[in-house]
Design a binder for this molecule. Structure first.
Ligand code: HEC
Ligand code: HEC
Length: 304
């Protein structure tokens, strides 16, 4: 995900070139109205926990190398290196000072689904809110409720080390204008409840496309290459194609795909590797029916 920073900046510059006043109107941070977050009632903590694992929050927000219960301590502190500087992942534990313990539901919801920080600033899309935008208000309420049950940490992450011009949060508005939405990534010919569930999980909280879909020169997903894989944006190797056209998983059955997501074993008894290891460990917390829904969706997307 790292090398999308230069592209986001290009997107910002492209939109700013449209004229400063128009550009501001089109690219200013755009939180939801407060009414969206009102009257949601008590969160469903079990649903919140499922969203936590599907969303892989711990893969970025827990300390580097955390396993087991330590994955639930969202102290931040991991460094996300990129060719343009280093992001330091923030603390989102319930500590009121170091974490998000004093945040309102609206602040949390706007950060997670609109990429707008507590002071009304654009957040960088290294936080995959471009996918999390598909969470409903109820989902956000459930997730926030669950996060509040996790241990607090007083760890303070250092500020991002992004040299000018990559530190310009305003430029993110250009990228959002061009690409940020909550529309379906693909139109499915027919979608029963299982497929719809799979589409939500993959395109939304699971944010599978953030790794598995290649991007264009301004940081948008290539529309005809959804989940088609490509060079690893973090530098080394490639990310596999996971559409039915893949030379690997194209031949896997739906239950073999679900089995891989549950156990980390391919049908040939290879084990999952690379950055997919943590994704798979998170997904192993999901009910079988959700893993089957993900597999059904991967079988239904256009073959690339
Ligand atoms: C791929 C890594 C990654 C994943 C996965 C991720 N985040 Fe983040 N998150 C970040 C980064 C990087 C930032 C800082 C963005 C910025 O400074 O603009 C961030 C910022 C945030 C913030 C704003 C914190 C602040 O102090 O401004 C919240 C809230 C948050 N994430 C919640 C979540 C939740 C909830 C999940 C899981 C559903 C999640 N994140 C998953 C990388 C990630
Ligand atoms: C952080 C990046 C990242 C994310 C997010 C991610 N993947 Fe992966 N995925 C990978 C990598 C890297 C591999 C290759 C693993 C290996 O080499 O063993 C992979 C492999 C796979 C494979 C096996 C493909 C093959 O040919 O062996 C499947 C299936 C898969 N991912 C599905 C998903 C699904 C479904 C999601 C979302 C719930 C997802 N991935 C999210 C990085 C990611």
């Amino acid at each position: 995900m790292a090398s999308i920073w230069s592209k986001i900046l290009v997107a910002g510059v492209v939109v700013v070139a449209a004229g400063a006043a128009t550009a501001w109107a089109l690219t200013k941070p755009d939180p939801y109205p407060d009414s969206r977050w009102a009257g949601l009632g008590a969160p469903d903590l079990a649903s919140g926990e499922q969203l936590f694992w599907t969303g892989g929050c711990a893969s970025c927000h827990a300390a580097a190398g955390a396993t087991g219960d330590a994955l639930k301590v969202l102290s931040g502190g991991r460094a996300l290196p990129s060719p343009f500087g280093t992001f330091h992942i923030p603390n989102i534990s319930p500590d009121p000072k170091a974490g998000i313990g004093s945040w309102t539901l609206a602040q949390f919801g706007n950060a997670t689904t609109r990429g707008v920080g507590p002071d009304g600033e654009h957040l960088f899309p290294s936080f995959p809110y471009g996918s999390y935008s598909r969470l409903s208000a109820k989902d956000v309420n459930d997730l926030f409720g669950y996060l509040k049950t996790l241990p607090a940490s007083t760890n303070v992450a250092p500020p991002h080390e992004l040299p000018f011009p990559y530190n310009i949060r305003l430029a993110v508005g250009g990228w959002k204008f061009l690409y940020f939405n909550d529309r379906p990534r693909v139109e499915l010919a027919s979608a029963d409840d299982k497929l719809k569930r799979g589409q939500f999980l993959v395109e939304g909280p699971g944010h599978c496309g953030e790794c598995h879909t290649p991007r264009d020169a301004t940081g948008g997903f290539l529309p005809d290459r959804w989940l088609a894989g490509g060079p690893n944006p973090e530098g080394k190797g490639t990310i596999p194609n996971i559409t039915p056209g893949s030379k690997d998983i194209g031949s896997w059955s739906e239950s073999e795909i679900a089995g891989y997501l549950e156990t980390g074993f391919t049908p040939d008894f290879d084990t999952v590797g690379g950055s997919m290891v943590e994704v798979q460990q998170n997904l192993a917390h999901l009910p079988k029916s959700d893993l089957e829904a993900i597999a059904a969706y991967l079988k239904a997307v256009p073959a690339r």
